[in-house]
Ligand binder design. Structure first.
Ligand code: NAD
Ligand code: UDP
Length: 355
């Protein structure tokens, strides 16, 4: 009896490699992993994040996960991490993500995002690690033919960033065809926003934020004068763009649900592999609704100005979340007000972001 208990490998003993783990979504997922009893190991080249996030993870969870500063394309360095740790599964967040930058520097985006994934899969296969969760994006859908967007909607990425995600999805599909021993979950995120409720961790973009929520936060905290609203002549309730904003901790918990389900045979039975799942809330909000909600949560006036549409933007985008509920038993719990209140707690306590 004693022996079987001792030998039984439980989830709490599972070591999970988190690539891009010092980044925005990665760091929040690391906190959720520790809370769920997993042992995360982080790799990141710190090209878009700071090592000081590790102090915050320690502050929140009491644990400092092992961290390796390395580039995902460095096969030898990555191999050493797999030699050192008994890795059960990988969550692959590492990648470049700025749409505008990807249009200006497509080769850098393709090289970084695609080569990183190829190197990772090679090293995983070498060590017999064949379970991966990949960070894909709703941007692979482009202008979808219908909303809410279902996972079987035809991909039509409109920029190099989104195309890099779509190409990686297809590479993973081919890797699976060659070796059906792989277990792959490709998560297509909608618009992750918000911060850890402690106010210790949040989004810390470099330079001028490209995305709506971090820009609004910086207006509220006084770092910027006003938010430009990109167009109010869309066919939406108030004319401004509609997106499916999801709290980053809900998103993080979606990964935990996927990780747990990956262990279960039922998930893979007669299912196409890789499994592709949308992570969103299933409901959309306009830009004006976000500004109002943030103003309410922060108690600050958010000055704005209507400007022309941003090239390449679509009117409305939100997820069909049926599959996430069915396959993962997961659903986002936090409200728009939670997203704004938590983003504000982080921004107001850390006006300049991480030290
Ligand atoms: P982030 O930039 O905060 O995190 C990504 C991390 O990857 C960074 O810490 C960066 O330093 C690291 N990185 C990049 N290239 C690397 C390389 N070659 N080697 C090692 N580390 C590398 O971004 P995020 O918002 O946390 O996004 C995480 C993932 O989710 C990305 O793949 C992104 O494309 C995807 N995603 C993000 C969003 C979003 O709106 N934030 C939406 C959909 C999908
Ligand atoms: N947006 C805006 N002003 C900004 C940034 C974004 O009006 O400074 C709008 C944008 O046109 C879109 C929504 O906010 O309708 C969300 O934009 P974001 O870049 O955050 O996400 P994405 O468009 O990539 O889904």
């Amino acid at each position: 009896m004693m022996k079987s208990i001792k030998n039984k490998k439980t989830i709490s003993e599972s070591t999970i490699l988190v690539t891009g783990g010092t980044g925005y979504i990665g760091s929040h997922t690391v906190v959720a992993l520790i809370a769920a009893g997993f042992n995360p190991v982080i790799v990141d080249n710190l090209s878009n994040s700071k090592a000081s996030v590790l102090d915050r993870i320690k502050k929140i969870t009491g644990k400092r996960p092992p961290f390796y500063k390395l580039d995902m394309r460095n096969r030898a360095a990555l191999n050493k991490v797999f030699q050192k740790h008994q890795i059960a599964s990988v969550i692959h967040f590492a990648g470049l993500k700025a749409v505008g930058e990807s249009v200006a520097e497509p080769l850098r985006y393709y090289e970084n995002n695609i080569q990183s994934t190829i190197t990772l899969c090679n090293v995983m296969a070498k060590h017999g690690v064949k379970k991966i969760i990949f960070s894909s994006s709703a941007s692979v859908y482009g202008q979808a033919s219908g909303i809410p967007i279902r996972e079987d909607s035809a991909p039509a990425p409109t920029n190099p960033y989104a195309r890099s995600k779509w190409i990686i999805e297809q590479i993973l599909q081919d890797v699976y065809i060659a070796d059906p021993g792989w277990r792959m979950v490709l998560l297509r995120y909608f618009n992750p926003v918000g911060a850890h409720e402690s106010g210790q961790m949040g989004e810390d973009p470099r330079g001028i934020p490209n995305n709506l929520m971090p820009y609004i936060s910086q207006v509220a905290v006084g770092r910027r004068n006003k938010i430009n609203v990109f167009g109010n002549d869309y066919p939406t309730s108030d004319g401004t763009g509609v997106r499916d904003y999801i709290h980053v901790m809900d998103l993080a918990e979606g990964h935990i649900a996927a990780l747990k389900k990956m262990e279960k045979k039922t998930l893979w039975k007669s299912k196409q592999n890789p499994i592709i799942i949308n992570l969103g809330t299933g409901r959309g909000y306009t830009v004006m609704e976000i500004i109002q909600a943030f103003s309410k949560a922060s108690g600050k006036k958010i000055p704005y100005r209507i400007t022309k549409r941003r090239p390449g933007d679509i009117a409305a985008c939100y997820a069909d979340i049926t599959l996430a509920g069915k396959l993962l038993g997961w659903k986002a719990k936090r409200s728009l007000l939670d997203m704004c209140a938590d983003a504000w707690r982080w921004q107001s306590r850390n006006p300049q972001g991480y030290p």
